[in-house]
Structures are given as structure tokens and as C-alpha cells.
Design a protein around this ligand. Structure first.
Ligand SMILES: Nc1ncnc2c1ncn2[C@@H]1O[C@H](COP(=O)(O)OP(=O)(O)OP(=O)(O)O)[C@@H](O)[C@H]1O
Ligand SMILES: [Mg+2]
Length: 295
């Protein structure tokens, strides 16, 4: 997202600042890590910063002291065996875990230097700024047009029908779906194919001008052709947004991401440039996983 667009988002979805944001960046950067993760979890100019994040479901700890940055215009892939905490950690980034009553999150997570867990932060605008695409496409039982228009309508982002039409149009173009649906905008979103539905959900997330898009196994219900389309789309979206994707498909992580993070039993074991993780991992657990010996 360019600076102007980012400023517009700040005006539309203000998040109350806790202190000076440059100061918050500084404070979080100098904080020593409690545990060793192989590779640097930090990036220059992070969009989101997570420091010493613990997550509990009741008494059971699912995430242990995870620190990692989400870079600007980067795809961060999160990989690891089933149950290692990928979805749990992803859902911390837009406070989706708030909806699970037994779930407790500790540590610091900031978006553009502002603590997203501060009591003054409203989760509705936060979830517009940090959008989410789920494993199973979940269009609303509404028309294609209304699915995309839903967010801009509830957030009051447009002044009139022309502006709304424009947002729906550009979001569908960015999601690579416009050509396939332009003549059937009033038909139900649920009538599209699985791959089209997933791109519709991406269009719906884009329509409110997010800064970060979280994707939890977005292609696992799709066939190889639809998967290829979504992967192409992710590569394009990266020029505008920061993306965090959970995937079980190693090939997918290596195709779409610039950084990869390997989780194991709630720990962030290793993080680094995707090429390095897949060709020269620094930890035996990472190596065992990527070579198919574990998980
Ligand atoms: N709502 C919940 N209540 C209690 N425990 C949960 C809940 N959701 C997840 N867990 C537990 O937290 C741990 C991490 O689960 P999570 O779903 O984050 O793993 P994951 O890496 O996404 O796995 P998968 O690859 O199978 O999707 C697991 O032990 C799981 O049983
Ligand atoms: Mg999961």
C-alpha cells in the first residue's frame, strides 16, 4: 500500500495510539528474546511486530514466547506439523482468538507500532486493517456484488453508489475475478466454483483497504488450477499488502513466500529467507519436516 493509501486507512480505521509509535518500535526492537529462534525473526520497517507471544487455551499452552515481524510487501509463510500452533498464532494477529472464550494471549503484538491488544483498540476496524481469508471459502449468502460491498457499507467507506461500484470493481479486478463475474454480479456468491469463491473472499477482504492479509491454508480446498490462480494472485497482492499465509504445501510456501517460519509444538524454531529454509535449514527439526521425515 502506498503512503497515501496507508494514511487514508489510518483516517478511516483509526487505532488509538499507545504512546509515540516510534518509541514503541524502539522499545520492542531492543527487547531481548527469551528463547533462541534460529534465523532473525526481525525485518527492517516491519508492518507488524510480535514479541514474546504466549497463547493458552485454558491451562494448555499452545504458543510459547514467539517473536516475529511481518514485513511490508512481503509474504511470510508459516509451516509446521499439524497442531503446532500455526492457526492459533495467525489468529492472534487480528485478535480472532478473542472469539474463543478459553483462549488467552500474552505478549505484545503491534500494527504500525500500535499495540493491537490495548483495551482502547476496537477489533472491528482492526480486522478490516488485518483481513483474513479462511481455509474453506465462506462467501456470505448474498450476491457477488453484495459480498464485496459488505465491508465498505458497514464501515461507511463510500459516499454514494458510484463510489461503491468503483470499490467493488477494483476489488474484483485485484482479486483476478472481474472478467469471470462481471456479467453476473447480482447472482449469489455461493453459486461460484470453489476457486472463484476463494477469490471472492479475497476481494471482500481487499475491499476495505487492509494493510495485512492473513490466509489460513487458503488453497487446501481447491484443485491445482484454482490453486495456481490464487498463488498468482498472492504474488500480485504482495505489491500492495503484507501477507501471512499458513500452508501445509511446501511447494506452495516456496513458490509464494519470501520468508518462511517453521513452528514445532508451539515454538518458532526457525525463520528466514524462504530459499534458505528450503535448501539449507539451520535446525534439524526444520530439515526433518521439509524433507518429509516428520509431520
Ligand atoms: N479452540 C481451541 N480450544 C482448545 N484447544 C485448541 C483450540 N484450537 C486449537 N487448540 C489446540 O492448540 C494447538 C494448536 O492448534 P492449531 O489449530 O493452532 O494448530 P495448527 O498448526 O493450525 O494445526 P493444523 O495444521 O492441523 O491446522 C493444538 O494442540 C490444538 O489442539
Ligand atoms: Mg491450522
Amino acid at each position: 500500500m502506498d503512503v497515501t493509501a496507508s494514511r487514508m486507512t489510518d483516517q478511516i480505521f483509526p487505532i488509538v495510539a499507545v504512546g509515540d509509535s516510534a518509541e514503541a518500535h524502539e522499545r520492542m526492537h531492543v527487547r531481548p528474546l527469551d528463547r533462541k529462534t534460529i534465523g532473525s525473526p526481525f525485518v527492517d520497517n516491519p508492518r507488524m511486530m510480535c514479541r514474546d507471544v504466549d497463547v493458552f487455551y485454558g491451562d494448555k499452552q499452545a504458543i510459547n514466547k514467539v517473536s516475529i515481524d511481518v514485513g511490508q510487501n512481503q509474504v511470510l509463510a508459516m509451516i509446521g506439523p499439524s497442531g503446532c500452533g500455526k492457526s492459533t498464532f495467525l489468529r492472534c494477529l487480528n485478535r480472532m482468538n478473542d472469539t474463543v472464550s478459553s483462549c488467552r494471549v500474552q505478549g505484545e503484538i503491534s500494527l504500525d507500532g500500535i499495540d493491537i491488544y490495548h483495551s482502547s483498540v476496537d477489533v472491528v476496524p482492526l480486522r478490516a486493517r488485518v483481513g483474513m481469508v479462511f481455509q474453506k471459502p465462506n462467501p456470505f449468502p448474498k450476491s457477488i456484488y453484495d459480498n464485496v460491498a459488505y465491508g465498505p457499507r458497514i464501515h461507511g467507506l463510500t459516499r454514494d453508489k458510484n463510489e461503491l461500484d468503483e470499490i467493488v470493481h477494483t476489488s474484483l479486478i485485484k482479486a483476478g475475478l472481474w472478467e469471470e463475474v462481471k456479467d453476473r454480479l447480482r447472482e449469489p456468491g455461493t453459486g461460484l466454483s470453489g476457486g472463484q469463491q476463494q477469490r471472492l473472499c479475497i476481494a471482500r477482504a481487499i475491499a476495505v483497504g487492509p494493510e495485512v492479509i492473513l490466509m489460513d491454508e487458503p488453497c487446501s480446498a481447491l484443485d491445482p488450477i484454482a490453486t495456481a490462480k490464487v498463488e498468482e494472485l498472492i504474488a500480485e497482492l504482495r505489491t500492495q499488502f503484507s501477507i501471512v499465509i499458513v500452508t501445509h504445501a511446501m511447494q506452495q510456501a516456496s513458490r509464494v513466500s519470501q520468508r518462511t517460519a517453521y513452528f514445532h509444538l508451539g515454538d518458532l524454531i526457525e525463520v528466514g529467507p524462504t530459499e534458505k529454509i528450503f535448501t539449507n535449514p539451520g535446525h534439524k527439526l526444520t530439515e526433518d519436516y521439509i524433507t518429509g521425515r516428520f509431520g
